[in-house]
Design a protein around this ligand. Structure first.
Ligand code: 13P
Length: 288
């Protein structure tokens, strides 16, 4: 199956009260693990690519070629959207030109009027090609210089204005944070989430920082309109843990255990299992 825009899968998720997982990819192993997990659970899936991961994988063209070829060779039949995560204005244009089927333009660090103008431009360029667009209002918190902030909370009025541009999915800060949540985290702000959904109609909402959020909060967020949940850190930690275990057990020193195809296998399997668990938790299993 060719890459698809995220619009239809997210509208279906919104109407059906489940969420589609958007899992960040870093290399071939990550991509393979996530695609196989989606196929095994018969779930739609989004592959997120940060600009940093884009550079790491030598550019957006390489990624589009790898993902489309892998969908074909693994005989993946579930809907797959290849999505730029936290794209800049130029990055979003570059990903569109390279054949991504979905992009996020993150203008949340600009003054609101500039975010609005740039969002409008990216939406026009993407929609002309049938590509879905995510925009962001109210930056998502995270670790900066070792200090973990308490996730920003978006202004519902600004969300209403950006949603009215015709964006396909809207990311809005509701106290969520990228990376690990601190012990004193206050949790998601459901009042603001409910208010944002009220003023944005039936717009699919996006929850960033999906790693480490307790299941009851995930379910409540989905019930209030979250239709896409981004997960990155947990895939990284399970991969690192499984790889460390392999090396600490001295497996790389046994026979040809140093072969990268063996060395990377436990981490890859750990990502696949985690993605299966998340798909089941988000309720997108069987929804392809
Ligand atoms: P985590 O790394 O906290 O899972 O967040 C992922 C994310 O939101 C990517 O945009």
């Amino acid at each position: 199956m060719a890459l698809v825009s995220a619009k239809e899968m997210l509208e279906k998720a919104h109407a059906g009260h489940y969420a589609v997982g958007a899992f960040n990819i870093n290399n071939l192993e990550w991509t393979k693990a996530i695609l196989l997990a989606a196929q095994e659970t018969n779930s739609p899936i989004m592959l997120g690519v940060s600009e940093g991961a884009g550079k790491y994988m030598t550019g957006y063209n390489t990624i589009t070629a790898m993902v489309t070829a892998m969908i074909d060779s693994l005989k993946i039949t579930v809907p797959v959207a290849l999505h730029l995560d936290h794209g800049s204005y130029d990055g979003a244009k570059a990903a569109i030109a390279a054949g991504f089927s979905s992009v996020m333009f993150d203008g949340s660090h600009y003054a609101f009027q500039e975010n609005l103008e740039k969002s409008k431009e990216i939406i026009a360029i993407a929609h002309a090609k049938g590509i879905s667009v995510e925009c962001e209002v109210g930056a998502i918190g995270g670790e900066e210089d070792g200090v973990v902030g308490n996730g920003e909370v978006a202004d519902p009025k600004e969300c209403e204005i950006i949603a009215a541009l015709g964006v396909d999915m809207l990311a809005a800060g509701i106290g969520n944070i990228h990376g690990k949540y601190p012990a004193n985290w206050k949790g998601l702000n459901f009042e603001v989430l409910a208010e944002i959904q009220k003023v944005t109609g039936s717009k699919p909402l996006v929850l960033h920082g999906g790693s480490g959020i307790p299941t009851d909060m995930i379910k409540k967020a989905i019930n209030l309109g979250v239709s896409k949940i981004n997960v990155n850190t947990e895939c990284q930690t399970v991969f690192a843990e499984a790889t460390r275990k392999y090396i600490e057990a001295g497996k790389d020193l046994e026979g040809k255990g140093f072969d990268p195809r063996k060395l990377l296998a436990p981490g890859t399997e750990a990502i696949k299992q985690l993605v299966i668990d998340k798909i089941n938790e988000f309720g997108s299993n069987g929804k392809a």
